[in-house]
Design a protein around this ligand. Structure first.
Ligand code: SF4
Ligand code: SF4
Ligand code: SF4
Length: 253
């Protein structure tokens, strides 16, 4: 069963409860910022007269995971795209590759890791809704099975043709996402990317790589860096064990 979120700008009152709940759930330090950072995994911004959430879209075929050379990002069968800081080598390919500009780096830490929404993967595994959906007082963010959310979104659009633009954002963008959005304001005016292809960029990544002979050489250089990677992992483990730095809050047990 693949789950997800449906966000509806026509219902959102911009209260920010979702963003605060995310901070609390994931033990993220500091206040909610006005843009995504390694410590703000979701935020709500006023745009074109409505409030709009920003967060990881949890792509069906995530480009971030496809470019990660060590499998630190993974799409789970339930839908969340999760992150394992213990595997991360800090190459930041995921940050460059994400079509939605989501993953952020802890530039302020001696041993930085990546931060992004993990769709409350542990809660989802237990059959619970995400913290943000649970906190929303007006059901502007709802949690459920992706197919049910699509049905719900279609229903809202059908019943309110003057209220909604006739598009479910995330249904097809980049091959589909687990986070879906409906709106009364065109998505372009909300600052969302509207020219994303219906094919997952992740597939294109590998098609392109397979046509580049030099990729083998690049891969060799990468393997040459294994020593550095091992050192980094040992440092991350040491820092976490010594309690000098928090284990990445998005890590799963
Ligand atoms: S939105 Fe970006 S970070 Fe999130 S799953 Fe898709 S590619 Fe990965
Ligand atoms: S799904 Fe969880 S991690 Fe993602 S924004 Fe909502 S509360 Fe935060
Ligand atoms: S909690 Fe709900 S109403 Fe409040 S900002 Fe988040 S999505 Fe909008």
């Amino acid at each position: 069963m693949v789950v997800g979120l449906l966000f509806d700008t026509t219902r959102c009152i911009g209260c920010g409860a979702c963003a605060s709940a995310c901070k609390e759930q994931n033990k993220l330090p500091g206040p909610v910022e006005d843009h995504l950072t390694a410590y703000t995994w979701t935020t709500v911004q006023p745009r074109a007269g409505v409030s709009v959430r920003q967060l990881c879209m949890h792509c069906e075929v995530p480009t971030c995971a496809s470019v990660c050379p060590v499998g630190a990002l993974q799409k789970t069968p339930e839908g969340p795209v999760v992150y394992d800081s213990g595997k991360c080598i800090g190459c930041r390919y995921c940050i460059q590759a994400c079509p939605f500009d989501v993953p952020k780096y802890q530039w302020d830490r001696p041993v930085p890791v990546v931060g992004k929404c993990i769709l409350c993967a542990d809660r989802v595994k237990e059959g619970r809704p995400t913290a943000c959906a649970e906190a929303c007082p007006v059901e502007a963010t709802v949690f459920g099975k992706r197919e049910d959310l699509i049905w719900d979104a279609r229903n809202r659009i059908r019943k309110g043709p003057g209220t909604y633009v006739n598009h479910i954002y995330g249904l097809q963008e980049t091959g589909g996402t687990s986070v879906l959005m409906v709106s009364g304001v065109p998505f372009r005016e909300l600052g969302l990317k509207t020219s994303l292809p219906p094919e997952p960029p992740a597939l294109q990544t590998w098609q392109v790589l397979s046509k580049i002979p030099d990729f083998v050489a690049v891969w060799a250089v990468f393997l040459y860096g294994v020593h550095w990677i091992t050192s980094r992992r040992e440092t991350v483990a040491r820092v976490e064990q010594a309690g000098k730095g928090p284990k990445h809050p998005g890590d799963r047990a």
